[in-house]
Design a protein. Structure first.
Length: 202
């Protein structure tokens, strides 16, 4: 039996690492938080939403890396429905030409994690809105793991795993997302809300 380390918040101020069986447990819909000592600079201070996680591997998008490319330039038809800030987000280091568009539910939950809707950018924005989407976020690229790879990284203590909300996915302040997510954690994990995303400020 494999075991997956997760951060749990017991009574008191200590944050401990617990071992839980990994069998049939998906982390889809949760956030991977890059630990400050993660050596890979591509993921420094990132918060990634796991869209898929299972026996075939995992796929996630980075929530706090807006690119300088405005939606008005890349997808002008979608600008009005775009979530603030209205830019394309850098979803991860894999296949920067691959686009993942997610819609925030207005009155009907979608089929993806957190109730998000998959959005086909070839559709008419008005039709997508009528189907229950209030705003759209577009990611270029993603982060991917082969089967067992993410589990190995978690066993090596490369990531923290925390709960996500739909507001995290569609945040209008991606630069402040780290502090907000970490602040709502319990125990010592919340102390990292003050960790500078820019290491030069340390």
């Amino acid at each position: 039996m494999g075991y997956l380390p997760v951060i749990v918040a017991p009574e008191g101020d200590l944050v401990e690492e617990a071992k839980v069986p990994f069998i049939n447990m998906s982390l889809a819909g949760r956030i991977l938080v890059a630990r400050p000592d993660l050596p890979d600079p591509r993921f420094h201070a990132t918060m990634m939403l796991l869209l898929e996680h299972g026996s075939e591997g995992a796929l996630a998008v980075v929530l706090n890396r807006p690119s300088p490319v405005p939606m008005a330039e890349a997808f002008p038809d979608w600008e009005d429905l775009g979530a603030d800030p209205k830019v394309i987000f850098a979803g991860g280091p894999v296949d920067g030409d691959a686009l993942i568009a997610l819609g925030r539910p207005s009155h009907r939950a979608g089929d993806l994690v957190l109730g998000a809707h998959p959005v086909d950018l070839d559709e008419q924005p008005a039709l997508v809105q009528a189907e229950g989407v209030s705003e759209v976020r577009i990611f270029a690229g993603y982060a991917g793991w082969d089967p067992g790879q993410l589990e190995g990284e978690l066993e090596a203590d490369a990531w923290w795993v925390v709960d996500a909300t739909i507001d995290d996915l569609f945040t209008d302040d991606p630069d402040g997302l780290w502090a907000r997510v970490m602040r709502r954690q319990r125990g010592r994990l919340s102390w990292y809300a003050h960790y500078p995303v820019d290491p030069s400020l340390n």
